[in-house]
Design a protein. Structure first.
Length: 76
């Protein structure tokens, strides 16, 4: 009976080590995923800012074009 208990305890050590290593690997993978999501959000934010600035410039150009067209129209 003692032999079974000893074998069980000896086998439990490698199983525990395997499970612990697996959990560490999963934690590292999850950390990498979170880091990549943070980088993606930073890129999205930069893209949003660039697009907003582009739209502002285009709107300003449209205003200038409209203003210059108004000046070119002959007055009745």
């Amino acid at each position: 009976m003692e032999g079974i208990i000893i074998v069980g305890m000896v086998m439990a050590i490698p199983i525990t080590a395997i499970l612990t290593d697996h959990k560490r690997r999963i934690a590292r993978i999850q950390q990498d995923i979170v880091q990549e999501q943070i980088e993606l959000e930073k890129i999205k934010q930069k893209n949003f800012i660039i697009e907003t600035e582009k739209m502002k410039i285009e709107l300003e150009q449209m205003k200038l074009e409209h203003h210059s067209e108004q000046k070119e129209l002959p007055k009745p």
